[in-house]
Design a protein around this ligand. Structure first.
Ligand code: DON
Length: 307
């Protein structure tokens, strides 16, 4: 029997298509010039069935959606104690690029805001890895989540790194607080490369499905990270993944999620599926407007809310 899911997804896209509210990210020039009308959705079940509709071949940069996956690699590579000593797990209630550090320890509040993500970036791979080896570990690790080799969009990377003054400031603060070692600029360079990895909405659905499937890619069968790591990552996505919009998201949509400024959005329903949307116009929190609408619709239609 033919699955009803593709028709449902196509209809869901139609229902949000007309909404032109929000703005593409303007602080990264290459993103500001993206086609704002692109719209796509993909869903991958925990056992690897993939459905997609809309502009599903359109590649875009992963941006902040890389953060939960790099946090997962850091936890897997260095262990919980070492990572928690450097990055806390408390919602900041602030914007994604806020200069916020925990009083006393100087730790970033969580690995989803830029400060915590730059710190988590430096914790992926072995302790003695060079910055290049670290970035390469991250590219391979994220590729294992996606089930195919991902590559960096150099145009997006160059466009962001030349104006990354705020992230450089955050990395310098992290160095001053003794949260990261080495040269702070190298951490920003690697982190910006990580954010510039090109993905499609299908890649993102597969990455989210790997989280939903306790860390095993449901198509390749590769064990990417251990199940306790996934539990930690999904918990932090649930509380911090949507930044200062996290409370509204958790009450209305109710699943662990992560957004990116290129317009991607993922949600992972443990034991069920990974879902991803792509639409570049963002709300005031930096989350995709039509993506958030689509997820709200999925929750009400399919009862996705975990509570
Ligand atoms: O560091 C930055 O500002 C970007 N590379 C990523 C920010 C981002 O995607 C925030 N999420 N919605």
């Amino acid at each position: 029997m033919r699955s009803p899911i593709p028709d449902y997804l196509a209809e869901a896209l139609l229902s949000v298509e007309a909404d032109q509210s929000g703005q593409t990210a303007d602080y990264i020039p290459e993103l500001a010039s993206a086609d704002p009308d692109r719209l796509a959705v993909a869903m991958c079940t925990h056992d690897g069935r993939l459905y997609s509709q809309g502009d599903c071949d359109q590649a875009f940069s992963i941006q902040s959606i890389s953060k939960p996956f790099v946090y997962a690699l850091a936890l897997a590579d260095r262990g919980f104690d070492e990572v928690l000593e450097k990055v806390s797990v408390e919602p900041s209630g602030d914007a994604f690029n806020e200069i916020s550090f925990e009083p006393g320890t100087g730790r970033p509040l969580n690995p989803m805001i830029n400060a915590g993500a730059i710190a988590a970036h430096t914790l992926a791979g072995p302790r003695d890895a060079t910055p290049t080896e670290r970035t390469s570990r991250i590219i391979h690790g994220l590729s294992a989540f996606a089930g195919r080799q991902l590559t960096v969009d150099n145009g997006v990377y160059e466009s962001e790194i030349t104006t990354a003054y705020r992230n450089r400031a955050l990395a310098n603060m992290l160095r001053a607080n003794e949260i990261i070692g080495g040269e702070p600029l190298e951490a920003v360079v690697g982190y910006t490369r990580q954010c510039s990895l090109l993905v499609t909405v299908e890649d993102l659905a597969m990455m989210a499905a790997t989280l939903a499937n306790r860390g095993v890619n449901p198509v390749t069968g590769a064990p990417v990270v251990p199940a306790p790591v996934v539990r930690q990552v999904l918990s932090v996505m649930a509380t911090c993944g949507m930044y200062d919009g996290a409370g509204d998201w958790m009450t209305r949509v109710g699943i662990p999620a992560k957004s990116g400024v290129a317009g991607g959005l993922i949600g992972a329903l443990p034991g069920q599926a990974g879902i991803a949307t792509f639409s570049p116009r963002l709300d005031q929190h930096g989350n995709s407007v039509r993506g958030v609408d689509l997820f709200r619709r999925f929750t009400s239609d399919m009862g996705m809310h975990l509570m």
